[in-house]
Design a protein around this ligand. Structure first.
Ligand code: NAD
Length: 695
């Protein structure tokens, strides 16, 4: 059933019933229209209420219908809303929980809106690179006025009904309800049945300083997100044009945007994010382990951030260190971070006290005995990890999940230090761990399915985007970034300078170019990894500039000198004449004649290196979906969201084109130092030949 029909005292109540969020798919639209027609044909019915069954009124279009012909099949949403608006009997929508996108547009077509307090109402279409396409840009400004409507439509962020109701002169919310919503909506409908129903299409858009408001919105719109400018233009049409012309303008804008690379990328990201939570061989019905208390070992850079994630959602945390002094330093960092949130008005003193009260510092492993999840974030040394995991194994209760935050070490090997490898998993947080949204969940050879399912659920609870990775050196993200960084280094030796490469990548849309990023993370981290590789994998060649920089003690921001110069306490990067001279000297030492390198080459070399390594990762089953790789890059490495991630971007460019360019790079590599980087992953060649992309 997709819409229930009931009669309450001469009022027909139509309830959307399409779990999980009452999406407005074709069957639901047909059922709603049928219900409306039945109510209109029945002379005993005086008014109509449209409500939502379950926890929400309506989440909008049915995303399962995206891109399918049924999305546009009759009755389409515009027609349905027109019929609701044209109803000779008053239609009242009863909103609760969440009302988004098409749900909000449907609600705006009704004569009246009775709304439960706490309901979130929004038009989030801009977040997938679109404008609302069923009249939302025309009716919302008429309902709440120009500036508030612009804000909601251009940001895509929802507003609380309680706040919408406070907008002076608003026609969005006729009644805010605390108790029984349906009873209130029915009573409201009965009180209105004799009156002519108001129609938003007949209202004017209330606006103060309209030109200035629109000008400010245009100035703030991000050019790489064309949907923002289109939203502003549609709202302006609502202000300046008759309703029907505004609707036509909105339709045209919607159709234009559907085919932009930006919207394709954003829609890809939308689906990829949801798909990342699904693991093919771990059914959603997998029972979860209960996690009531968390242990964190190590109160260094990562440990404190990791602990905060759990405190933030009310889970008690025991944090363990080796000495009182280091422990106190870690606690002070947590306090400082929270205090900064209080200063910014993001946290109350009361909440701060509650969170700190959940934290138990300790120097004894015995304190972890009651923890259901223990995460270690100690030094990145296998011998230290071994010692720590043997301690945890001896003390942790049966069934506790034992996690490592290691960036590079082998989880399967770590699991062997315990008597329970099925309980061991990698939880690779990104720095700063209390802020970065990405979490790589590393599935070991023996990791139990319920451990994996519990880790994914916990990630959601602490508001992280979890992506599953298999075990390999660097997992998905760092294994790929190594290829990217190597290309950046080779380009230095061939003729580029750090600032040119960073600028080219930042223009492409990366949050930070590779050298500014490396200075932030610490250049010594890569140095330690390379030293290990020189012994374990001598066949890999690295740009010599990397070691030269570290030999000069230029570890990055922490030493006020890296690829750039820094003033103490200031993160702004200044080009360094010493580094530029060093780069030029290395080229000479290698016998390379430096050449001018274009920004296009910089972008292609770095991004295609990511793509090729990503294809290997996919082929080896380290990532199970191309979208997972994209989500790692967009959420953890600053890859531009509006390009969808490296694998989606390669598809947009065309895999054959990417391969051809890679062949050119291989041919130009006369010193043969980059060979492995440009040997195409067989998967990529196969997909290019069959003319499809990675997904
Ligand atoms: P850090 O040096 O800042 O902190 C490590 C802490 O562990 C230190 O405070 C140390 O005193 C403590 N420690 C060492 N041995 C211990 C033991 N036996 N028992 C209890 N505490 C012990 O290091 P970090 O940057 O926080 O890195 C920790 C882990 O997280 C490493 O495995 C690292 O690879 C990983 N990681 C780091 C980053 C990052 O950007 N820093 C990102 C992701 C993952």
């Amino acid at each position: 059933m997709t819409a229930e029909y009931q009669v309450h005292e001469q009022v027909a109540v139509l309830s959307l019933h399409n779990p999980p969020v009452n999406g407005l798919g074709l069957a639901t639209r047909i059922a709603l229209l049928a219900g409306l027609q039945r109510a209109l044909a029945d002379s005993s019915i005086g008014a109509i209420v449209i409500a939502g069954a379950g926890k929400v009124f309506c989440g909008g279009a049915d995303i399962r219908e995206f891109g399918l012909p049924t999305a546009l099949a009759e009755p389409n949403l515009l027609d349905l809303i027109d019929q609701v608006e044209a109803s000779p009997k008053p239609v009242v929508v009863a909103l609760h929980g969440v009302c988004m996108g098409g749900g909000t547009e449907l609600a705006l077509g009704a004569a009246y809106r009775v709304v439960q307090r706490g309901t979130q109402i929004g038009l989030p279409e801009v977040k997938i690179g679109l404008v609302p396409g069923a009249g939302g840009t025309q009716r919302l400004p008429r309902a709440i006025g120009l500036a508030p409507a612009l804000n909601m439509i251009v940001t895509g962020n929802p507003m609380l009904a309680d706040n919408l109701a406070k907008i002076p002169g608003q026609q969005m919310i006729d009644l805010l309800v605390d108790g029984d919503l349906i009873a209130a909506a029915v009573a409201f409908a009965q009180s209105k049945s004799a009156l002519a129903a108001p129609k938003l299409r007949e209202s004017k858009v209330a606006a103060v300083d309209a030109d200035q408001v629109l000008q400010q919105a245009r100035a703030a719109a991000a050019p790489q997100f064309p949907a923002q400018a289109a939203c502003i233009a549609c709202v302006e049409a609502a202000l300046r044009q008759p309703f029907d012309e505004g609707i036509a303008f909105e339709r045209a804008a919607f159709a234009n945007l559907m085919d932009t690379p930006e919207s394709r990328a954003l829609r890809h990201a939308f689906f990829a994010e949801r798909a990342a939570a699904k693991i093919a061989d771990v059914p959603e019905s997998t029972p979860l382990r209960t996690v009531r208390q968390v242990g964190v070992i190590g109160a260094g850079t990562m440990g404190v951030g990791i602990a905060m994630n759990f405190l933030n959602v009310g889970l008690p945390v025991v944090i363990l260190e080796t000495s009182e002094a280091v422990l106190q330093r870690g606690l002070a960092t947590i306090q400082k971070n929270y205090q900064s949130s209080v200063r910014k008005g993001m946290l109350t003193e009361e909440k701060l006290a509650q969170r700190l009260a959940l934290l138990t510092p300790s120097l004894e492993y015995a304190a972890l005995a009651d923890c259901d999840l223990i995460i270690e974030a100690v030094f990145e040394e296998m011998s230290v990890k071994e010692w720590v995991f043997r301690q945890i194994d001896a003390i942790a209760k049966p069934g506790a999940i034992l996690a490592s935050n290691t960036s590079t070490l082998n989880i399967d090997q770590i699991a062997q230090f315990t008597s329970r490898p099925q309980d061991v998993i990698g939880l690779h947080f990104f720095s700063p761990a209390n802020i970065m949204r990405l979490l790589e969940v590393v599935r070991g050879k023996h990791t139990a399915k319920d451990v994996l399912a519990t880790a994914m659920a916990l990630a959601k609870q602490i508001k992280k985007l979890a992506v599953v990775s298999g075990v390999c050196d660097g997992f998905i993200g760092n294994r790929m970034i190594e290829q990217y960084s190597r290309q950046a280094g080779f380009l230095l030796e061939e003729g580029a300078l750090p600032a040119q490469i960073d600028a080219a990548m930042e223009r492409f849309g990366f949050a930070m170019g590779p050298f500014r990023m490396s200075d932030l993370a610490g250049n010594d981290i890569g140095w330690a990894i390379r030293k290990r590789r020189y012994i374990e994998q001598p066949e890999i060649s690295y740009p010599q500039v990397f070691d030269r920089l570290c030999e000069a003690g230029r570890f990055g921001q922490k030493t006020s000198a890296g690829w750039y110069d820094y003033q103490p306490g200031d993160r702004s990067a200044h080009s360094s004449a010493a580094v530029d001279a060093m780069v030029i000297r290395v080229s000479a030492d290698l016998g390379i004649t430096r050449r001018a390198i274009s920004d296009t080459e910089i972008v292609e070399r770095l991004v295609y290196a990511l793509v090729n390594e990503g294809a290997h990762i996919l082929e080896e089953g380290i990532a199970s979906k191309a979208g997972d790789i994209d989500m790692v890059y967009v959420n953890g490495y600053g890859f531009p969201l509006y390009r969808g991630g490296p694998m989606h971007y390669a598809r947009e460019v065309g895999l054959s084109q990417v391969l051809e360019t890679m062949h050119g790079f291989a041919a130009a590599d006369t010193q043969n130092r980059q060979k492995a980087a440009w040997i195409a992953a067989p998967l990529m060649t196969r997909l290019a030949e069959s003319g499809v992309g990675f997904s």
